[in-house]
Each structure stands twice: as C-alpha cells, then as structure tokens.
Design a protein around this ligand. Structure first.
Ligand SMILES: Nc1ncnc2c1ncn2[C@@H]1O[C@H](COP(=O)(O)OP(=O)(O)OP(=O)(O)O)[C@@H](O)[C@H]1O
Ligand SMILES: [Mg+2]
Length: 273
C-alpha cells in the first residue's frame, strides 16, 4: 500500500493553502492537461491484470466530467479496482487510450483506496495527509476546520481518545480503529482536502446506509464529483451514470436517477458522460 501511495504522490499536484497557488510535482503531467471540466478520458480502452491473458474490460470509451457522478459496479474480480490502477498508470492499458486530465491532489483528483490508508502520527496528520510532507508546518489556524470535518465524518470522539489533534499516540492506528472508524477518518481527510474529483473504492463498505448517506451528502455539498466503486445498490441514488463490469471484457453503461434509462449494449463505442 505504501508503494501505491508513493507512486500516486509522485505525480501529485497540490496547492499552498496560504497562497492558493497550485504546485506541480511532475511538470510532465501538465502537458496532458485537458478541458477543465474533465477528469478522465477513456477511448477504446482494454485492460487486464499483468499475469493474465484474459481481458477484464474490452473497448471501453467514456469521459468523466465534472458534476456527473459515476458508479462502477460488478461482481468480485471483474476489474473495478483494476480500472483505477490503469487510470493511475500503475498498470498499462492492453490497448486503447486513457488520459487523466487533472492532477492528483486537492485541486484535482483524490483516491480513497479499498483498503484505507492511514499514516503514522497524530490525529492532525491523519486528517491533513498528504499535506504534511509538503507543508511541514501545519499551524493551529486549521484546528476549527479539522474538528468540524471530524464531526461531519462521525469520528470527533477520536479527539478524546488521542488527547487532542497534536498528541503523539503510542498505538498503531490500524490495530486500534475499527474498519468503520478508518473509513470515516478517510472521509474527514477528504472533507479537509476537498478535491474536485473523489474516487471512492468501496469507501463506505463497513458503514451503515445512514452513515453512507451523511458522508455522500457532505461530499456533494463540498462540490466534489464522485466516482464510486461498490456493490451496494444504496449507492445508486448518489450517482448519475452506472458502469457495470460484467466479466469477460463486457460492460454496460446505464443512466441512473430514473431518467430515460438507456442501457447500452455491450462494448458500446464512444460513450460520453
Ligand atoms: N497486483 C495484481 N497482480 C495480478 N492480478 C491482480 C492484481 N490485482 C488484482 N488482480 C486480479 O485482477 C482481477 C480484477 O481485480 P480487481 O481488484 O480489479 O477486482 P474488483 O472488481 O475490484 O473486485 P472486488 O469487488 O473484490 O473489489 C482479479 O482476478 C484479481 O485477482
Ligand atoms: Mg475492488
């Protein structure tokens, strides 16, 4: 997981909260900058896992644009998380074209991985991660915001357990927090960082539907465009379009929200959201 996060951070674009200026880690990334309202462009994309000859998805074309929330569903092993690996360039596409037109970070896209990623250190460091590595001096001016977001995420009780935002804890966060608490803490981080696009891989799988509703509502109030991967049908109501991975390379795109429900035929070409 550390490796994956390091990989992601290598191409991270971030900003200085004081100046509001954007900050590029990898200037090469900007060469591919696309329209401001688009995060990802997939064009006849086919991909598979590195050790298999079987395509997980074949000839998928779609554009992920700001304000259109996408839900990706499919049985276990159909390639939902693998799609993110391809988008992240951790895996190469088998064929076709994939472009991420935003940067990683608060001004672009943030990923909440299927296995929550926690850092070592204080509660503040958990919430502001990965900003600490960039701005080692995170002042107390942020305290009110951090506490507010811990409350919105339903984990303000951690303040008492840690003894405050800046107390060093002598436990391993993974050992002590329940899976649901870990997921909520990751949402507190997301609320704090407020990216344009949030990619949520089974990010509420350990939570009740009520908790899920509250967290999704807050993400939307903060203006994020959501790309969720999950199994639960309760997720449908927070999204506009559904991509279903059917196995064997096949997939379907469907309009959600009771609109003119246009289920695409398999391997539809040139879908645009
Ligand atoms: N690092 C890897 N190396 C080789 N194969 C992998 C790797 N990661 C995943 N796979 C395989 O790729 C296939 C798709 O995995 P993926 O994680 O995308 O499934 P998923 O749809 O996200 O499933 P789930 O619903 O369980 O999260 C699986 O058969 C999996 O075993
Ligand atoms: Mg997965």
């Amino acid at each position: 997981m550390r490796e994956v996060m390091d990989d992601i951070l290598h191409t991270q674009c971030d900003y200085d909260p004081a100046s509001g200026e954007s900050y590029d880690f990898d200037s090469d990334f900007n060469i591919h900058a696309g329209p401001v309202d688009t995060a990802f462009i997939l064009d006849h994309l086919s991909y598979k896992s590195p050790y298999s000859d079987q395509l997980l998805v074949e000839e998928l074309s779609l554009k992920i644009s700001q304000g259109t929330h996408l839900l990706v569903v499919g049985n276990t092993g159909t390639g939902k998380t693998s799609l993110l690996r391809v988008l992240n360039r951790l895996w190469e596409a088998h064929s076709g074209f994939v472009q991420m037109t935003t940067c990683f970070g608060p001004r672009g896209t943030l990923f909440l991985p299927q296995k929550p990623y926690l850092t070592d250190g204080t509660l503040r460091e958990q919430v502001i991660y990965p900003l600490k590595d960039i701005y080692p001096v995170s002042g107390s001016v942020d305290d009110d915001r951090i506490i507010q977001f811990l409350e919105l995420a339903g984990v303000s009780s951690l303040l008492k357990r840690t003894g405050g935002l800046d107390e060093n804890v002598d436990w391993n966060w993974y050992d002590v927090l329940s899976p649901g608490e870990m997921q909520r803490l990751c949402f507190a981080r997301l609320f704090y960082l407020q990216p344009k696009y949030a990619v949520l891989d089974e990010a509420t799988s350990a939570l009740t539907e009520e908790a899920e509703a509250q967290l999704y509502k807050t993400c939307k109030q903060l203006g994020m465009t959501l790309i969720s991967l999950g199994h639960r049908s309760s997720l449908e109501k927070y999204h506009d379009v559904q991509l279903k991975l059917c196995g064997g390379g096949r997939w379907e795109l469907t309009q959600l929200k009771g609109g003119s429900s246009s289920s695409s035929s398999l391997n539809h070409k040139d879908e645009t959201m």
